[in-house]
Design a protein around this ligand. Structure first.
Ligand code: ZN
Length: 377
């Protein structure tokens, strides 16, 4: 089954005890769906392709941004602005021409997830948001596929194997998604650039073990990694008989699109009770000098781009700076994509401000519709 070139390429696997030609042929015959070609997805793609997983699907609807290159090692500077899925497919095809790669330049959704997931033996999750994670995990339970989980935040990460050999699924641990706005995205919380490599290499190891049948997987265990203390901890997890997805009486039988986070990925606010204003409408208000414009982003984001005449009040400090604003005058809040500023608007509403608006689409919307001379990030 393996050609001469493949035998030469995979030599270090072929001489590896327990692995051998048999293990390599199993890898070649297997298919993996990689969800997300970002921080986790980059090393995942590189190692799975290099190892010789025969068919690799890559789902990502995003394009490469300059700020991705700090950790998304699949891409180089010339890739900025291009489709992540398509650039990943080209790069991985160059790395290993003996495998088949299917790029999906789209976002996983309740409409497409089952159809895509069903085509693969295993799903490995490199996504950075809860909406995709719940979709991927639910789709795996509904189609009977193992789900290799990983997540990262700041200096910490987690990995596990779900829905494998009667083990727990993701919802056994976290039955419901967190409420909108409760979770900061990677862009807001930051992430150490090298961190995803550690978590992804654990995930890729687990995927290869499942596909080849070697070793003992992380099923039933949640592995937690703390980069600052350089410590690993393990948490035992069991299948929950009351799990809404895989329990004795499942209550969830179809997929749902969750809009949990993150404003930076989706570029729109999530809270419909907050009044919104478009970028051109804001421009008109500013021209009349009739509005207080509040930038709730972090100082470094203001260094990249800002709307003139805006006050810098990062979301976390808003509570303490309410008296710097005039309650009788209209307030417009903005952030990068509209999520954080929606939270700010709620705070102002609760504090008794009479006229509060959220800039729809954040400063990215402003750049698209009003001032394209500003730098996107
Ligand atoms: Zn479950």
């Amino acid at each position: 089954m393996l050609s001469q070139n493949e035998l030469a390429r995979y030599g270090r696997h072929l001489t590896l005890p327990e692995f051998g030609v048999d293990g390599q042929e199993r890898l070649k015959a297997s298919s993996v769906l990689l969800i997300g070609a970002g921080g986790l997805g980059s090393p995942l793609g590189l190692y799975l392709a290099a190892a010789g997983v025969g068919t690799l699907g890559i789902v990502d609807g995003d394009v490469v941004e300059e700020s991705n290159l700090q950790r998304q090692v699949l891409f180089t500077t010339v890739d900025v602005g291009k489709s992540k899925a398509e650039r990943a497919a080209v790069r991985l095809g160059e790395l290993n021409p003996y495998i088949v790669i299917h790029p999906y330049n789209l976002w996983l959704s309740a409409d497409n997830a089952l159809e895509i997931v069903a085509k693969y033996d295993l799903v490995i999750d490199g996504s950075d948001n809860f909406s995709t994670r719940y979709l991927a995990s639910d789709a795996c339970v509904l189609t009977g596929k193992p789900y290799v989980y990983g997540s990262i935040f700041q200096f910490e990460g987690q990995a596990s194997v779900f829905h494998y050999n009667n083990g727990a699924c993701y919802r056994c641990l976290f039955p419901e998604p967190p409420p909108p706005g409760a979770v900061p995205s990677c862009a807001e919380g930051g992430v150490l650039g090298v961190l995803p490599a550690m978590i992804a290499s654990i995930q890729a190891t687990e995927a290869i073990k499942i596909l080849t049948g070697i070793g003992e997987t992380l099923s039933g265990r949640l592995l937690h990694y703390d980069a600052k203390g350089m410590r690993f901890r393990e948490l035992k997890i069991a299948r929950n008989p009351d799990c809404p997805m895989c329990g004795d009486h499942p209550t969830i039988t179809t997929l749902t699109d969750y809009n949990v986070v993150c404003d930076d990925v989706l570029g729109e606010s999530k809270d419909s009770t907050v009044k919104e204003i478009s970028a051109p409408e804001l421009q008109a208000l500013l021209a009349q000098n009739d509005v207080q414009l509040v930038d709730v982003r972090e100082p470094f984001e203001r260094e990249i781009c800002r709307i003139d005449h805006s006050l810098a009040i990062p979301l976390a400090t808003l509570k303490d700076q309410l008296d710097t604003l005039d309650k009788s005058k209209a307030v417009v809040c903005y952030c990068k994509g509209g999520g954080r500023s929606a939270n700010a608007c709620q705070e102002l509403d609760a504090a008794g401000f009479s006229e509060v608006y959220n800039l729809r689409g954040g400063i990215l919307g402003w750049i698209d519709q009003v001032d394209s001379s500003l730098t996107r990030y």
